[in-house]
Design a protein around this ligand. Structure first.
Ligand code: NAP
Ligand code: F7E
Length: 323
């Protein structure tokens, strides 16, 4: 029997890679697609799967649309990846972030509970929930201390996933994913902002790169590796929570240096520190401990940061050259 999956956030970075992974495994893949006035299918197109997924109109803020999408897809597995996912915007749009990123997850969980409680559910939780870190390496037992309205909204969604698992016996799992990037990353996130700028500077279309706190440290992996962990979680007999990370942390400055060095440019000739990009509260350092995912899911991050940044710079050089 062909399995069916419903992905919220299918047009985002992870949604596109997950859709590709599931199609490769023979799933019928459906996506909840929020109405937009302009094209949001570029990632699916870049992966060559825009005609292979079935889009259903719906919005995370609209429970009835999610119920209809879930009924139409007859999904065995539901992946809730949709969110207002940019931390910076969560300070300027805190209520929208709460509604979409937080209550949106409640809407999807309610749809599962009401329509087919046997379906398996994945929640896209985040290392941002650790925020002001309470342990040097963060694992599933580390206390949370979110530092942004985004982190707070995600924490609500995370605990609701745990609660629905315990209250209604749903097969609901939460992946606590550390930062993961790719050539399909949104341009506002720091890795892609850097690789796009490096490509433009190299091709003479831009002179400087303006960044905020370059001392922040992140545990960065490749999105293509991380969506495999999502799928693996839903194949387990028992639902659970897992930290997904590389176990290495790097400063924003060091990540930038990889990008500039790759094309033979000197970062000091182009980087400008701009207070506009500092955040009201910062997550200074994140470092995940993926031991549980290694042991129980057999999952490890395959792609090194250097490989990842080079892949992104090359993709941006190709894009900027064609533009
Ligand atoms: P992303 O690229 O920003 O994609 C977000 C997706 O959510 C897009 O498809 C977007 O649709 C959709 N969306 C936004 N508002 C919606 C609404 N009201 N109704 C329905 N869909 C809506 O995010 P990502 O990097 O792929 O991340 C996927 C998930 O993992 C997110 O929940 C994110 O918070 C979480 N996460 C990400 C990371 C990371 O490092 N990437 C780490 C941990 C957790 P449009 O394309 O139409 O805007
Ligand atoms: O920032 C610093 C910034 O926006 C990383 C989301 O996917 O991962 C992501 O959240 C760091 C921060 O990602 C700029 O202050 C410096 O310390 O790429 P980012 P994020 O905030 O870590 C988590 C796991 C998620 O769940 C989120 O959805 O880089 N930084 N200068 C900058 N960041 C940006 N964006 N732009 C700058 O100019």
């Amino acid at each position: 029997m062909t399995k069916s999956a419903l992905i919220t956030g299918i047009t985002g970075q992870d949604g596109a890679y997950l859709a590709k992974l599931l199609l490769g495994k023979g799933y019928a893949v459906f996506g909840l697609n929020a109405r937009r006035s302009s094209d949001n299918l570029w990632r699916l197109r870049e992966l060559g799967i825009d005609n292979d997924v079935q889009m259903i109109d719906g919005d995370l803020a609209d429970l009835s649309s999610i119920i209809r999408a879930f009924q139409a897809s007859k999904a065995d597995e539901v992946y809730n990846l949709g969110a207002q996912s940019f931390v910076g915007t969560s300070w300027t749009q805190p209520l929208l972030t709460a509604n979409v990123t937080g209550v949106g997850a409640a809407n999807v969980l309610e749809a599962v509970r009401l329509v087919n409680p046997d379906a398996r559910f994945y929640q896209a939780s985040t290392s941002e929930m650790f925020g002001l870190i309470q342990a040097e390496r963060q694992n599933e037992n580390t206390p949370f201390y979110p530092r942004s309205p985004y982190g707070v909204a995600k924490l609500y969604a995370h605990w609701l996933t745990v609660n629905y698992r315990e209250s209604f016996k749903l097969h609901a799992s939460s992946g606590i994913l550390f930062n993961h990037e790719s050539p399909l990353r949104g341009i506002e996130f720091v890795t892609r902002k850097v690789t796009d700028a490096v490509a433009r500077i190299k091709l003479g279309k831009q002179k400087e790169l303006r960044l905020g706190n370059i001392d922040a440290k992140r545990d960065w992996g490749f999105a293509g590796d991380y969506v495999e962990a999502m799928w693996l979680m839903l194949q387990q007999d028992k639902p659970d929570d897992y930290v997904i990370a590389t176990g290495k942390t790097t400063t924003v400055r060091e990540m930038c240096e990889i990008a500039f060095n790759h094309v033979g440019l000197n970062i000091n000739d182009h980087l400008v520190i701009d207070p506009a990009f500092f955040r009201p509260a910062e997550v200074d350092i994140l470092l995940g401990d993926p031991a549980k995912a290694n042991a129980k899911l057999g999952w490890t991050a395959k792609t090194q940061l250097e490989q990842l940044i080079v892949m992104m710079v090359e993709a941006d050089i190709t894009r900027v050259s064609k533009a």
